[in-house]
Design a protein around this ligand. Structure first.
Ligand SMILES: *Cc1c(COP(=O)(O)O)cnc(C)c1O
Length: 359
Protein backbone atom coordinates (compact mmCIF):
# COMPACT_ATOMS: atom_id res chain seq x y z
CA UNK A 1 0.00 0.00 0.00
CA UNK A 2 1.38 3.41 -0.90
CA UNK A 3 1.70 6.04 1.79
CA UNK A 4 -1.74 7.35 2.74
CA UNK A 5 -2.40 10.28 5.05
CA UNK A 6 -5.80 10.10 6.70
CA UNK A 7 -7.25 13.41 7.89
CA UNK A 8 -10.36 11.87 9.45
CA UNK A 9 -11.83 13.67 12.49
CA UNK A 10 -12.50 10.37 14.23
CA UNK A 11 -12.10 7.47 14.28
CA UNK A 12 -8.79 8.89 13.21
CA UNK A 13 -5.36 7.89 11.97
CA UNK A 14 -3.20 5.78 14.28
CA UNK A 15 0.60 5.87 14.40
CA UNK A 16 1.93 3.36 11.90
CA UNK A 17 4.20 1.79 14.53
CA UNK A 18 1.13 1.13 16.67
CA UNK A 19 -0.75 -0.52 13.80
CA UNK A 20 2.29 -2.68 13.08
CA UNK A 21 2.52 -3.81 16.71
CA UNK A 22 -1.20 -4.60 16.68
CA UNK A 23 -0.60 -6.74 13.62
CA UNK A 24 2.44 -8.49 15.08
CA UNK A 25 0.65 -9.23 18.34
CA UNK A 26 -2.74 -10.03 16.88
CA UNK A 27 -2.60 -13.80 17.21
CA UNK A 28 -0.71 -14.03 20.46
CA UNK A 29 -0.28 -11.44 23.18
CA UNK A 30 3.03 -11.85 25.06
CA UNK A 31 3.01 -15.44 26.32
CA UNK A 32 -0.74 -15.63 26.72
CA UNK A 33 -1.15 -18.27 23.96
CA UNK A 34 -4.12 -16.26 22.75
CA UNK A 35 -4.97 -12.90 21.28
CA UNK A 36 -5.36 -9.98 23.65
CA UNK A 37 -8.97 -9.99 22.41
CA UNK A 38 -9.47 -13.50 23.73
CA UNK A 39 -8.07 -13.29 27.24
CA UNK A 40 -9.82 -12.49 30.51
CA UNK A 41 -9.65 -8.92 31.71
CA UNK A 42 -9.03 -10.36 35.17
CA UNK A 43 -6.11 -12.56 34.11
CA UNK A 44 -2.51 -11.64 34.89
CA UNK A 45 -1.65 -10.50 31.35
CA UNK A 46 -4.50 -8.06 30.99
CA UNK A 47 -4.21 -6.80 34.57
CA UNK A 48 -0.55 -5.95 33.91
CA UNK A 49 -1.53 -4.15 30.70
CA UNK A 50 -4.23 -2.19 32.53
CA UNK A 51 -1.88 -1.13 35.31
CA UNK A 52 0.92 -0.13 33.00
CA UNK A 53 -1.36 1.84 30.68
CA UNK A 54 -2.77 3.79 33.62
CA UNK A 55 0.72 4.54 34.90
CA UNK A 56 1.86 5.63 31.44
CA UNK A 57 -1.06 8.03 31.14
CA UNK A 58 -0.35 9.36 34.64
CA UNK A 59 3.28 9.93 33.64
CA UNK A 60 2.35 11.59 30.34
CA UNK A 61 -0.16 14.00 31.90
CA UNK A 62 1.36 14.34 35.40
CA UNK A 63 -1.78 13.03 37.06
CA UNK A 64 -1.44 13.01 40.84
CA UNK A 65 -2.74 10.32 43.21
CA UNK A 66 -5.81 12.29 44.23
CA UNK A 67 -7.26 11.67 40.77
CA UNK A 68 -8.74 8.39 39.57
CA UNK A 69 -8.19 7.36 35.96
CA UNK A 70 -11.10 5.40 34.54
CA UNK A 71 -11.26 3.35 31.32
CA UNK A 72 -14.94 3.35 30.40
CA UNK A 73 -17.34 2.72 27.51
CA UNK A 74 -20.13 4.80 26.02
CA UNK A 75 -17.96 7.44 24.38
CA UNK A 76 -17.74 11.07 25.36
CA UNK A 77 -21.50 11.14 24.85
CA UNK A 78 -22.11 8.93 27.91
CA UNK A 79 -20.10 11.50 29.89
CA UNK A 80 -22.61 14.15 28.88
CA UNK A 81 -24.97 12.25 31.26
CA UNK A 82 -22.40 11.08 33.81
CA UNK A 83 -21.15 14.61 34.50
CA UNK A 84 -24.45 15.94 35.89
CA UNK A 85 -25.24 12.61 37.57
CA UNK A 86 -21.96 12.66 39.49
CA UNK A 87 -21.30 16.34 39.99
CA UNK A 88 -24.59 18.06 40.77
CA UNK A 89 -24.16 17.09 44.44
CA UNK A 90 -27.68 18.16 45.33
CA UNK A 91 -27.49 21.46 43.48
CA UNK A 92 -29.88 22.42 40.69
CA UNK A 93 -27.75 24.58 38.39
CA UNK A 94 -24.69 23.93 36.23
CA UNK A 95 -22.65 26.36 34.12
CA UNK A 96 -21.99 25.39 30.51
CA UNK A 97 -19.94 27.23 27.90
CA UNK A 98 -21.60 26.90 24.50
CA UNK A 99 -18.80 27.12 21.94
CA UNK A 100 -19.76 24.49 19.39
CA UNK A 101 -21.62 21.41 18.32
CA UNK A 102 -20.27 19.20 21.11
CA UNK A 103 -20.86 21.67 23.94
CA UNK A 104 -24.41 22.00 22.62
CA UNK A 105 -24.90 18.24 22.90
CA UNK A 106 -23.50 18.27 26.44
CA UNK A 107 -25.91 21.09 27.32
CA UNK A 108 -28.95 19.33 25.88
CA UNK A 109 -28.21 16.24 27.94
CA UNK A 110 -27.48 18.20 31.15
CA UNK A 111 -30.85 19.92 30.80
CA UNK A 112 -32.45 16.57 31.62
CA UNK A 113 -30.90 16.81 35.09
CA UNK A 114 -30.64 20.48 36.00
CA UNK A 115 -31.02 24.10 34.98
CA UNK A 116 -28.20 24.93 32.64
CA UNK A 117 -26.75 28.41 32.83
CA UNK A 118 -25.18 29.15 29.44
CA UNK A 119 -22.29 31.30 30.62
CA UNK A 120 -20.99 32.14 27.17
CA UNK A 121 -22.45 31.52 23.73
CA UNK A 122 -20.55 31.40 20.44
CA UNK A 123 -23.49 30.33 18.31
CA UNK A 124 -24.09 33.92 17.15
CA UNK A 125 -20.63 33.97 15.52
CA UNK A 126 -21.11 30.47 14.10
CA UNK A 127 -18.51 29.06 16.49
CA UNK A 128 -15.65 31.08 15.10
CA UNK A 129 -14.81 33.07 18.22
CA UNK A 130 -14.83 32.83 22.02
CA UNK A 131 -15.70 35.67 24.41
CA UNK A 132 -13.05 36.87 26.87
CA UNK A 133 -13.49 35.18 30.21
CA UNK A 134 -14.27 38.52 31.96
CA UNK A 135 -17.45 38.66 29.89
CA UNK A 136 -18.77 35.27 30.89
CA UNK A 137 -21.87 35.11 33.03
CA UNK A 138 -20.96 32.53 35.70
CA UNK A 139 -23.63 31.45 38.17
CA UNK A 140 -21.79 31.12 41.49
CA UNK A 141 -24.51 28.82 42.88
CA UNK A 142 -23.92 26.28 40.15
CA UNK A 143 -22.40 22.89 40.92
CA UNK A 144 -19.70 23.05 38.24
CA UNK A 145 -18.55 24.62 34.98
CA UNK A 146 -18.37 22.49 31.83
CA UNK A 147 -16.52 23.53 28.71
CA UNK A 148 -15.04 22.03 25.53
CA UNK A 149 -11.38 23.09 25.11
CA UNK A 150 -11.37 22.08 21.45
CA UNK A 151 -14.48 22.06 19.30
CA UNK A 152 -13.80 19.39 16.71
CA UNK A 153 -16.26 20.49 14.03
CA UNK A 154 -15.66 24.24 13.79
CA UNK A 155 -11.97 23.92 14.73
CA UNK A 156 -12.28 26.34 17.65
CA UNK A 157 -9.81 25.86 20.50
CA UNK A 158 -9.46 27.77 23.76
CA UNK A 159 -6.17 29.54 24.35
CA UNK A 160 -7.07 30.04 28.02
CA UNK A 161 -8.54 28.08 30.88
CA UNK A 162 -11.62 29.36 32.73
CA UNK A 163 -10.80 29.82 36.43
CA UNK A 164 -13.74 29.37 38.78
CA UNK A 165 -14.46 28.48 42.41
CA UNK A 166 -16.24 25.29 41.50
CA UNK A 167 -15.20 22.06 39.80
CA UNK A 168 -14.06 22.66 36.24
CA UNK A 169 -15.09 19.94 33.77
CA UNK A 170 -13.57 19.56 30.32
CA UNK A 171 -14.49 17.47 27.29
CA UNK A 172 -10.99 16.98 25.89
CA UNK A 173 -11.98 14.37 23.29
CA UNK A 174 -10.18 16.03 20.41
CA UNK A 175 -7.20 17.63 22.17
CA UNK A 176 -6.18 15.35 25.03
CA UNK A 177 -2.45 14.53 24.87
CA UNK A 178 -1.91 17.15 22.13
CA UNK A 179 -0.37 19.66 24.54
CA UNK A 180 0.44 20.02 28.21
CA UNK A 181 -2.37 20.88 30.59
CA UNK A 182 -2.45 21.34 34.37
CA UNK A 183 -4.68 18.47 35.50
CA UNK A 184 -4.79 19.85 39.05
CA UNK A 185 -6.99 22.73 37.86
CA UNK A 186 -9.75 20.34 36.80
CA UNK A 187 -12.46 18.42 38.61
CA UNK A 188 -13.10 16.04 35.71
CA UNK A 189 -11.43 15.58 32.33
CA UNK A 190 -12.89 13.16 29.82
CA UNK A 191 -12.15 12.07 26.27
CA UNK A 192 -13.36 9.49 23.81
CA UNK A 193 -10.39 7.48 22.57
CA UNK A 194 -10.92 7.53 18.81
CA UNK A 195 -9.21 10.85 18.15
CA UNK A 196 -5.95 11.10 20.04
CA UNK A 197 -5.83 7.99 22.23
CA UNK A 198 -6.64 5.01 20.05
CA UNK A 199 -9.81 3.46 18.68
CA UNK A 200 -13.49 3.88 19.49
CA UNK A 201 -15.01 1.91 22.34
CA UNK A 202 -13.00 3.49 25.14
CA UNK A 203 -13.47 6.70 27.08
CA UNK A 204 -10.86 8.02 29.49
CA UNK A 205 -12.17 9.84 32.56
CA UNK A 206 -9.85 11.57 35.01
CA UNK A 207 -11.80 12.49 38.12
CA UNK A 208 -10.75 14.12 41.38
CA UNK A 209 -11.41 11.66 44.17
CA UNK A 210 -13.32 13.98 46.49
CA UNK A 211 -15.95 14.60 43.80
CA UNK A 212 -17.08 10.97 43.72
CA UNK A 213 -19.69 9.17 45.79
CA UNK A 214 -22.55 11.71 45.74
CA UNK A 215 -24.69 10.87 42.75
CA UNK A 216 -28.20 11.78 41.64
CA UNK A 217 -30.61 9.14 42.96
CA UNK A 218 -31.83 6.13 40.98
CA UNK A 219 -29.33 6.30 38.15
CA UNK A 220 -27.61 3.33 36.49
CA UNK A 221 -24.93 1.90 38.77
CA UNK A 222 -22.45 1.90 35.86
CA UNK A 223 -22.85 5.67 35.62
CA UNK A 224 -21.50 6.22 39.13
CA UNK A 225 -17.80 7.11 39.00
CA UNK A 226 -17.35 5.49 42.42
CA UNK A 227 -18.58 2.14 41.06
CA UNK A 228 -16.01 2.33 38.30
CA UNK A 229 -13.17 3.61 40.49
CA UNK A 230 -13.74 1.06 43.25
CA UNK A 231 -13.57 -1.72 40.67
CA UNK A 232 -10.60 -0.42 38.67
CA UNK A 233 -12.93 0.14 35.69
CA UNK A 234 -13.82 -3.57 35.79
CA UNK A 235 -17.24 -3.59 37.42
CA UNK A 236 -18.25 -5.26 34.20
CA UNK A 237 -16.14 -6.35 31.23
CA UNK A 238 -14.19 -3.35 29.99
CA UNK A 239 -13.50 -2.67 26.34
CA UNK A 240 -10.32 -4.70 26.30
CA UNK A 241 -9.05 -4.29 22.74
CA UNK A 242 -9.44 -0.48 22.65
CA UNK A 243 -7.74 -0.40 26.08
CA UNK A 244 -4.87 -2.42 24.61
CA UNK A 245 -4.57 -0.04 21.65
CA UNK A 246 -4.52 2.92 24.05
CA UNK A 247 -1.69 1.24 25.95
CA UNK A 248 0.33 1.04 22.72
CA UNK A 249 -0.37 4.68 21.88
CA UNK A 250 0.75 5.78 25.36
CA UNK A 251 4.01 3.85 24.93
CA UNK A 252 4.49 5.33 21.46
CA UNK A 253 3.96 8.84 22.81
CA UNK A 254 6.35 8.30 25.72
CA UNK A 255 9.01 7.11 23.29
CA UNK A 256 8.50 10.22 21.20
CA UNK A 257 9.33 12.30 24.24
CA UNK A 258 5.89 12.80 25.75
CA UNK A 259 3.84 15.96 25.65
CA UNK A 260 6.78 18.38 25.75
CA UNK A 261 7.91 16.88 22.44
CA UNK A 262 4.54 16.39 20.75
CA UNK A 263 3.36 19.92 21.56
CA UNK A 264 6.14 21.37 19.41
CA UNK A 265 5.37 19.01 16.55
CA UNK A 266 1.66 19.83 16.76
CA UNK A 267 2.25 23.57 16.90
CA UNK A 268 4.46 23.37 13.83
CA UNK A 269 2.01 21.21 11.87
CA UNK A 270 -0.83 23.63 12.58
CA UNK A 271 1.29 26.65 11.67
CA UNK A 272 2.29 25.03 8.38
CA UNK A 273 -1.32 24.54 7.35
CA UNK A 274 -2.71 27.88 8.62
CA UNK A 275 0.14 29.78 6.95
CA UNK A 276 -0.62 28.05 3.67
CA UNK A 277 -4.31 28.93 4.00
CA UNK A 278 -3.67 32.54 4.99
CA UNK A 279 -1.09 33.17 2.29
CA UNK A 280 -3.36 31.96 -0.49
CA UNK A 281 -6.19 33.96 -1.94
CA UNK A 282 -8.03 30.73 -2.64
CA UNK A 283 -8.39 29.02 0.76
CA UNK A 284 -9.83 30.52 3.91
CA UNK A 285 -10.45 29.66 7.54
CA UNK A 286 -13.05 31.75 9.38
CA UNK A 287 -11.91 31.18 12.98
CA UNK A 288 -10.48 34.05 15.07
CA UNK A 289 -6.71 33.60 14.90
CA UNK A 290 -6.03 33.07 18.58
CA UNK A 291 -8.72 30.42 18.88
CA UNK A 292 -7.71 28.35 15.89
CA UNK A 293 -7.50 24.66 16.68
CA UNK A 294 -4.22 22.81 16.42
CA UNK A 295 -6.06 19.54 15.83
CA UNK A 296 -8.97 20.25 13.47
CA UNK A 297 -8.50 22.74 10.68
CA UNK A 298 -11.51 23.54 8.49
CA UNK A 299 -10.91 25.46 5.30
CA UNK A 300 -13.10 26.66 2.45
CA UNK A 301 -12.29 26.88 -1.24
CA UNK A 302 -13.03 30.21 -2.95
CA UNK A 303 -15.25 28.30 -5.37
CA UNK A 304 -17.46 25.71 -3.69
CA UNK A 305 -18.15 24.03 -7.03
CA UNK A 306 -14.58 22.73 -6.92
CA UNK A 307 -15.08 20.84 -3.63
CA UNK A 308 -15.67 17.43 -5.16
CA UNK A 309 -12.80 17.80 -7.61
CA UNK A 310 -10.52 18.79 -4.73
CA UNK A 311 -11.55 15.73 -2.73
CA UNK A 312 -11.15 13.40 -5.69
CA UNK A 313 -7.69 14.68 -6.61
CA UNK A 314 -6.56 14.73 -2.98
CA UNK A 315 -7.58 11.09 -2.59
CA UNK A 316 -5.67 10.22 -5.77
CA UNK A 317 -2.65 11.79 -4.08
CA UNK A 318 -3.04 9.68 -0.94
CA UNK A 319 -4.71 12.44 1.08
CA UNK A 320 -8.02 11.08 2.32
CA UNK A 321 -11.06 12.07 4.42
CA UNK A 322 -10.72 15.80 3.94
CA UNK A 323 -14.43 16.50 3.47
CA UNK A 324 -15.64 19.11 5.93
CA UNK A 325 -18.50 18.55 8.37
CA UNK A 326 -21.86 19.20 6.71
CA UNK A 327 -22.55 22.09 9.10
CA UNK A 328 -19.38 23.94 8.04
CA UNK A 329 -18.88 22.76 4.46
CA UNK A 330 -15.62 22.88 2.55
CA UNK A 331 -12.74 20.81 3.90
CA UNK A 332 -11.46 19.81 7.30
CA UNK A 333 -8.02 18.45 8.02
CA UNK A 334 -7.79 16.72 11.38
CA UNK A 335 -4.14 16.52 12.32
CA UNK A 336 -3.97 14.68 15.62
CA UNK A 337 -0.77 13.35 17.20
CA UNK A 338 -0.54 10.45 14.76
CA UNK A 339 -0.37 12.76 11.72
CA UNK A 340 3.30 13.39 10.94
CA UNK A 341 4.64 16.71 9.63
CA UNK A 342 5.18 15.02 6.23
CA UNK A 343 1.43 14.45 5.91
CA UNK A 344 0.75 18.15 6.43
CA UNK A 345 3.56 19.12 4.06
CA UNK A 346 2.12 16.85 1.42
CA UNK A 347 -1.34 18.34 1.91
CA UNK A 348 0.01 21.89 1.59
CA UNK A 349 1.91 21.02 -1.59
CA UNK A 350 -1.25 19.48 -3.01
CA UNK A 351 -3.33 22.54 -2.08
CA UNK A 352 -0.85 24.83 -3.82
CA UNK A 353 -0.87 22.71 -6.98
CA UNK A 354 -4.66 22.60 -6.94
CA UNK A 355 -4.87 26.37 -6.58
CA UNK A 356 -2.47 26.86 -9.51
CA UNK A 357 -4.54 24.62 -11.72
CA UNK A 358 -7.99 25.78 -10.65
CA UNK A 359 -7.70 29.02 -8.73
C1 LIG B 1 -15.99 13.21 18.92
C2 LIG B 1 -16.39 14.07 20.06
C3 LIG B 1 -17.43 13.71 20.93
C4 LIG B 1 -18.29 12.48 20.73
O1 LIG B 1 -17.63 11.35 21.09
P1 LIG B 1 -18.35 9.91 21.12
O2 LIG B 1 -17.23 9.07 21.60
O3 LIG B 1 -18.80 9.62 19.73
O4 LIG B 1 -19.46 9.98 22.08
C5 LIG B 1 -17.69 14.54 22.00
N1 LIG B 1 -16.99 15.66 22.21
C6 LIG B 1 -15.99 16.05 21.39
C7 LIG B 1 -15.24 17.31 21.66
C8 LIG B 1 -15.66 15.26 20.29
O5 LIG B 1 -14.67 15.64 19.47
Amino acid sequence: MSQIYNFSAGPAMLPKQVLQLMQEELLEYNDAKASVMEISHRGADFMALAQKSEQDLRDLMNITDNYKVLFLQGGASAQFSMIPINLLHGKTIANYAHTGHWSKKAITEAQRYCNVNICTDSSSNKYTDIANFENWNIDENAAYLHYTPNETIAGLEFDYMPEVNMPLVADMSSMILSREIDVSKYGVIYAGAQKNIGISGLTIVIVREDLMGNVVKNQPILFDYATQANNNSMYNTPSTYPWYVASLVFEWLKKKGGLTAIVKINEHKAKTLYDAIDMSGFYSNPVAKKYRSWMNIPFLLANEDLNSLFLEKAANNGLITLKGHRSVGGMRASIYNAMPQEGVDKLVAFMQDFEKENG
